[in-house]
Design a protein around this ligand. Structure first.
Ligand code: WTA
Length: 585
């Protein structure tokens, strides 16, 4: 089932006047590069240890701290309440060294899993990067996660350590007994941590500032992130150190980062965008990054651009729509003239959003970028030098072979909708689904990596997003699996069965909608629905709860008992219901 999410904008084109761009784009001559570029060329963008070994964080932090950028601000951390900290590359180097030493002292070994569950803060970046330095695998978790989501991730990965705050740690206590591998809980804001916990402050104070960043095989892992599919619990998508090659290249070519930029990525580190483009890639380019604490707030966001003189901004369509909804008077109150380039990712960016930016940000359009947790960096995008067709995701990165194919892997003619696939082998591609080979193999068919998205290519080679080929829900740009929400729902006393779908929504792209069958003895009421919503929020995650709940008598199922979400969706949206030959009754 496809959903036509982005309307083709009838031949509309936003031309670029290259002479008027404030800085010359790093990538010029796209068509030529697409023919001549080899991945080997990009390997020169990063530093290697002898014998072809590498550590992504040596590139992200150390090489700048040991060179000319040592006193340059790496991070401008703004807590959202007017407190601003500037942290130089040298300070980041020392802090991450100290944290790596803390892990070594705790006995953390090469490729052990260390999870970071923190609100945005200096400590979040330090512990994430320090973990990778030490040769362990780092995994950040979104601070909105509840106990169920945390347990699933720590259990599946066999995490040995968790870095958290005293506030967020409260969500870990109820499940701690279920996590036999979890040996250390490191609490950042608690000088006298509870018995059995490690105080970050105390350990960091006594930790040495020198550390030899561990040389890794390029195929060893730097980070993992759990992400959702159609079936089952979230899967651990694992990324190798070699990915830094492409993460650096795309920060240069797509985000077009230059040394003088002040760059702001609004994504949390719990999502791949935050990890790759709110941490690794831009710092590998030696660029100053803004980190903003607090919740989404239009005033705060515009103020952040103004106060920190942000030049390059990477955000998400839902945020763009929320800013649009606030009207154009608000941005007019701020000096946003520092901005020179805008980018977006995560869901279709409506043509209106692209064009709104032209008006509000002095003729600068949003550049839509397409990629996934699994791809590890941007693969299809609008480049600075290229004209934009509003609503299109742009064109493949040089080095990337992307096509539209059918289920047998046959390439479809231009203009036809089908599966968006990529030829495997790019440097930042996921290396495995943690301990789940069969899941990994599901992506790899007919010699292609199947993205799970459907799309089409137009006559000019621009790619247009159509929808998901599966049941994955994108709500406010965040990826949620229906199964996780269904599992949380049926843990509630009143819920016997649940089916969950994404329902298109003007603002959020999609909202989560649940159809539930009640257990005997429960009657439908608004109060009950609210209680169920609250239950899912607190168990699973603050953002992954059903905003709409319909009580039904039965759910459509296949003869093998699988809920047919396709039918729920078709019925909800008034779409044709399609093939029902596998329906139970
Ligand atoms: C969707 C986010 C339309 C898509 C980096 C993809 C997009 C999923 C775009 C991956 C875009 C991402 N236009 N849809 N420009 N970018 N998506 O893993 O469905 O959280 O498969 O990675 O987001 O979501 P994920």
């Amino acid at each position: 089932m496809t959903e036509k999410s982005s309307e083709m904008s009838d031949g509309e084109l936003i031309e670029k006047n290259l002479a008027q761009l404030r800085l010359k784009p790093n990538l010029q001559g796209y068509d030529g590069l697409r023919r001549t570029f080899k991945w080997g060329d990009a390997e020169e963008l990063v530093d290697w240890f002898p014998d072809g070994q590498i550590n992504s964080v040596y590139n992200v932090i150390d090489r700048h701290a040991l060179g000319e950028r040592k006193d340059k601000a790496a991070l401008i951390y703004d807590d959202g309440n007017g407190n601003v900290q500037k942290i130089t590359f040298l300070e980041m180097y020392r802090e991450t060294n100290k944290f790596a030493n803390v892990l070594v002292k705790l006995g953390i070994k090469r490729q052990d899993r260390v999870f970071v569950f923190l609100q945005r803060s200096k400590e979040l970046y330090v512990s994430f990067l320090g973990t990778i330095k030490a040769g362990a695998i780092a995994s950040p978790m979104f601070p909105a996660f509840g106990p169920d989501a945390i347990r699933d991730r720590l259990l599946d990965s066999g995490a040995v350590a968790l870095v958290t705050s005293s506030e967020l740690a409260k969500r870990v206590y109820p499940i701690k007994e279920q996590l036999p591998d979890l040996k250390h809980i490191i609490v950042v804001d608690d000088a006298d941590a509870n018995a059995g916990e490690v105080s970050y402050q105390v350990e960091m104070e006594s930790s040495a500032e020198d550390f030899e960043t561990v040389p890794m095989d390029p195929e060893e892992y730097q980070f993992m992130l759990y992400t959702s599919g159609t079936t089952g619990k979230p899967k651990g998508v694992v990324h190798a150190h070699k990915g830094i090659v492409q993460q650096t290249l795309t920060s240069k070519w797509v985000l077009d980062l230059h040394d003088e930029d002040v760059y702001w990525c609004t994504a949390d580190l719990g999502w791949v965008t935050g990890v790759v483009y709110g941490c690794l890639g831009p710092w590998s380019c030696g660029v100053t990054q803004v980190g903003l604490g607090g919740r989404f707030d239009p005033d705060l966001w515009y103020r952040s651009i103004q106060n920190h003189k942000v030049t390059v901004w990477y955000t998400a369509p839902t945020a763009v729509r929320m800013l649009m909804a606030k009207g154009d008077d608000l941005p007019a109150k701020y000096d946003l003239s520092s901005l020179r380039a805008l980018y977006s990712v995560g869901e279709p960016l409506n043509p209106e959003g692209v064009k709104w930016a032209l008006e509000v940000f002095d003729n600068k359009p949003f550049h839509d970028t397409w990629w996934q947790t699994e791809t590890g960096s941007i693969l299809i995008t609008n480049f600075p030098e290229m004209p934009i067709k509003p609503g299109s995701m742009g064109k493949p990165l040089p080095g990337i072979e992307a096509e539209i194919v059918d289920e047998e892997g046959n390439v479809l003619p231009q203009g036809e909708e089908g599966n968006l696939v990529i030829r495997p082998g790019w440097p930042s591609m996921m290396r495995e689904i943690w301990k789940n080979e069969s899941k990994y193999n599901e992506y790899m068919r007919n010699g292609w990596y199947y993205t799970g998205d459907t799309a089409m290519i137009d006559d000019d080679g621009y790619f247009w997003y159509v929808g998901r080929a599966d049941d994955v829900i994108k709500t406010s740009g965040e990826r949620v699996g229906p199964f996780e929400v269904e599992s949380a729902l049926i843990e509630h006393d009143a819920v016997a069965e649940a089916g969950v779908i994404g329902k298109p929504d003007q603002l959020r792209g999609n909202i989560i909608k649940a159809f539930i069958v009640l257990t005997p003895g429960h009657a439908e009421s608004e109060e009950l629905k609210k209680d169920i919503q609250k239950f899912v929020k607190s168990r699973l995650a603050g953002h992954a709860y059903p905003r709409e709940i319909d009580v039904v008598k039965t759910l459509p199922k296949t003869r093998s008992g699988k809920i047919m979400r396709r039918l729920l969706r078709a019925k909800e949206l008034g779409l044709p219901i399609g093939d029902t030959s596998t329906l139970e009754d």
